[in-house]
Design a protein around this ligand. Structure first.
Ligand code: ADP
Length: 258
């Protein structure tokens, strides 16, 4: 059985002590597992037909099955784009299922400094296009036992959000250092910020902040859910601070097993 444990200090007691409340959450856990299994089953079954649709639409659009006019090509490109977005969403869902099930993470000797530099390099162009300056302060080496490709996913998600939600002319700072027991990575942007009442929800699956802006910013609301699951599975923590209109700071702490 599964229990949720809540503790609180005993009030008005000269002896001190704690009150412990156990709540049986077995039923919720079981429902959650059924839901996760269902999602990954459906996602799996959707992925192959979508890949076929996308592949054929691309073939026809490229003129490999006869001549297409401009209007037909545009329509087919829209099919390709939309199926691409759906495939990405399904991959995210499958990924989340795997991480939450505790599979799909292979820790090994990793240099987090190398991972961070690669992530910054990959997103450099996107930042430049948005006229955002990315300022890294990263030591030459940050040895850690972790899954390097999952770490890449974590920092790609946080950094690409920082770029995505920062208007042009803004800055993103990335600081990393090696504490005694924990590795600390901080990503701070001067962007849109997150409303206070949204802050407790941003790590939930599919949660997206509704914003009053003309051109909507695209996304699925799964990036930070995946990020948090990966950090959790590594025994770490992730925290967020934000002031609307001023910017957002994410702090990631990862334990170092020495
Ligand atoms: P997505 O970006 O696909 O919507 P995420 O799970 O990555 O989903 O993020 C959830 C929400 O948190 C986003 O909708 C966004 O509004 C907010 N958010 C995340 N990072 C930032 C950031 N650096 N600045 C402002 N808002 C952010």
């Amino acid at each position: 059985r599964y229990y949720a444990v809540n503790t609180a200090p005993l009030q008005n007691s000269s002896l001190g002590g704690q009150v412990i409340v156990l709540q049986d959450i077995t039923h919720f856990k079981e429902l959650d597992q059924i839901k996760s299994r269902f999602v990954s089953m459906v996602s799996h079954d959707l992925k192959s037909p979508l890949t076929a649709i996308q592949g054929y639409a691309q073939l026809v659009a490229d003129g490999h099955m006869g001549t297409v006019n401009e209007m037909q090509r545009d329509a087919l490109q829209a099919v390709v784009r939309n199926t691409g977005a759906m495939t990405a969403l399904i991959s995210d869902l499958l990924d989340l299922g795997k991480i939450e099930a505790g599979i799909g993470i292979s820790p090994q000797e990793t240099d987090l400094a190398v991972v961070l530099r690669e992530v910054i390099d990959e997103l450099k162009l996107r930042a430049k296009m948005g006229q955002i300056s990315v300022q890294p302060e990263i030591p030459s080496s940050l040895p850690l036992v972790a899954d390097p490709s999952r770490m890449r996913q974590v920092f790609t998600n946080i950094l690409s959000n920082a770029i995505k939600y920062t208007p042009s002319g803004g800055q993103v700072q990335i600081r990393a250092n090696n504490g005694d027991a924990k590795m600390h990575v901080q990503i701070q942007d001067s962007g849109l910020g997150i409303p206070e009442d949204s802050l407790p929800h941003i790590f939930e699956r599919f949660y997206r902040v509704k914003r009053d802006i003309d051109s909507p910013i695209e996304g699925t609301g799964l990036g930070l859910a995946i990020t948090k699951s990966i950090v959790d599975e590594h025994g770490g923590t992730i925290e967020v601070q934000s002031v609307i209109g001023e910017g957002t700071t994410f702090n990631v702490y990862l334990p170092q097993h020495k």
